[in-house]
Structure formats: structure tokens, C-alpha cells
Design a protein around this ligand. Structure first.
Ligand code: ATP
Length: 234
């Protein structure tokens, strides 16, 4: 479904990604792991079209996306939940969801789309007309995920969804990711909590200094303490 080949990225003169190769097949949960600064976030941002200077290939459902604008990638079925969430705190939950629909071209009927999100996220259903700022960090993260999901992406990319969230909600969120996968969404996940990540993923890529240093099934990586210690300690 997604093939990334020789992906390089720069921030100014800083050469951050040095040639990333990875694949995500339809229906998989694939995880990117590695230390802080390894290039995980930059990989997701480059796939989404948010890094100005990139080279290489990002092929999604047969089309090379490099050089195409973010909205075109949304329209093709890519969804992205950034690490910093970026929900609009002064707007209601409902209006944040509307923004998600607009960002992707708004093909779904708004009322149906919001009702579908309310069904998946009962915590949001109770708060549709409440300002987003009144919600806990975990609820805001749920909103950020709902906002990305509302346009029905076929590949959902999430950056550190468990960060700063209380354990109960982290469990809820990972249950949700499993459910989304069962219902047909493919997931590319960046997660600092390696055990949690490998517990949910089918396969994982380990990044270090802007390259993929290792990839394997999640089960094999979970059993490999040496690799985890070498590349995943924060
Ligand atoms: P983290 O978990 O800390 O987010 P990461 O693996 O996601 O780590 P990236 O955020 O992709 O890593 O960062 C890769 C490198 O790029 C790091 O050296 C980082 O300092 C640098 N970097 C990230 N964002 C920028 C930016 N906007 N401008 C300049 N350098 C950046």
C-alpha cells in the first residue's frame, strides 16, 4: 500500500533522513521505533508532504506522492495525527471535527461523518458542543485521532499517541487502534513506548540517525533484548 524508497529529507542544511526504505501492506500495523532524534517524526511528516526538502520515492496505492501538496495526499487517503495534536482549543469538539472533514475535501456528509465519530468515541459524543480546551490531554488526543479519521483515511499515521496520557486512556487508545485495523484501516505508528508498540504492531522498523538499521516482525523484535537496548533506549 505504501512504499518508501531512498527517502532523504533536510531541515535547512541539516540532512536528517539519509535514505529510508520501508513498506506498509494493506491491513498491517507497522511501527517506527528508535531513540529521540532518530528521524521517526520526520519520516511521517515527509510521507504527509510536510517537509519542504525531500528526495526519494513515496508511493501510495501506485502513485508517487513526492512533490504533491498535503491536501492531495489527504484526498488520496492518507491521514496524520501529529505529535503535538494541533487541535484548535478555542473551538468546540464538533468544529474541530468539521475542520478534519474540510482538510480532506469534505466528501462525506457532515452530519453522518460526525455521528460516525461519536459512535467510535463515546467520550467525544458527550462533549460535541464543549470547547476542546476543557478536555483532558487524553481526550484531546482522541479528538485529534477522530479529526484525522473523519475523512475515512485508508492509511492512518500516528505520532506518539500515548505521550502525556494517563494509562487508562492509553489502553483505550490502543484498543481503538486494534479495532480500526480490524475494520480495515492500515496504521503506521511512531511510539516511544517500545513494548506497547511491539505489542500492537505486526512489524517494526528501527531508525537510527536517519536510516533504517533493522526491521523485523514485532514478535521477533520483542524477543530481542539486545536490539532494543542498543537502539531504543531514550
Ligand atoms: P523524537 O522522538 O525526539 O521526535 P524523532 O525520531 O521523531 O525523535 P525527528 O523529530 O524526526 O526525530 O528529528 C530528526 C532530527 O531532525 C533531529 O536531529 C532533530 O533535532 C532534527 N529536527 C527535527 N525537526 C527539525 C526542524 N523543524 N528544524 C531543524 N531540525 C529539526
Amino acid at each position: 500500500m505504501l512504499t518508501v524508497e531512498g527517502l532523504q529529507a533536510w531541515y535547512g542544511s541539516s540532512h536528517v533522513l539519509q535514505g529510508i526504505d520501508l513498506e506498509v501492506a494493506r491491513g498491517e500495523i507497522v511501527c517506527l521505533i528508535g531513540r529521540n532524534g532518530a528521524g521517526k517524526t520526520t519520516t511521517l511528516r515527509s510521507v504527509m508532504g510536510l517537509v519542504a526538502r525531500v528526495r526519494g520515492r513515496v508511493v501510495f496505492d501506485g502513485a508517487d506522492l513526492v512533490g504533491r501538496p498535503v491536501h492531495a495526499r489527504h484526498a488520496r487517503g492518507l491521514g496524520y495525527v501529529p505529535e503535538e495534536r494541533r487541535i484548535v482549543q478555542g473551538l468546540s469538539v464538533r468544529d474541530n471535527l468539521r475542520l478534519g472533514l474540510l482538510a480532506a475535501g469534505g466528501r462525506r456528509r457532515e452530519a453522518d461523518a460526525i455521528a460516525a465519530m461519536a459512535e467510535i468515541f463515546p467520550r467525544l459524543a458527550e462533549r460535541l458542543d464543549q470547547s476542546a480546551i476543557t478536555m483532558s490531554g487524553g481526550e484531546q488526543q482522541m479528538l485529534a485521532i477522530a479529526r484525522a479519521l473523519i475523512s475515512g483515511p485508508r492509511l492512518l499515521m500516528l505520532d506518539e499517541p500515548s505521550e502525556g496520557i494517563m494509562p487508562l486512556l492509553v489502553d483505550e487508545m490502543f484498543d481503538l487502534l486494534r479495532r480500526l485495523r480490524e475494520e480495515g484501516t492500515t496504521i503506521l505508528l511512531v511510539e516511544q513506548n517500545v513494548e506497547l508498540a511491539l505489542g500492537i504492531a505486526d512489524r517494526a522498523y528501527i531508525l537510527d540517525q536517519g536510516t533504517v538499521v533493522h526491521h523485523d516482525t514485532a514478535a521477533a523484535l520483542l524477543a530481542d533484548a539486545a536490539i532494543q537496548e542498543r537502539y531504543c533506549a531514550v
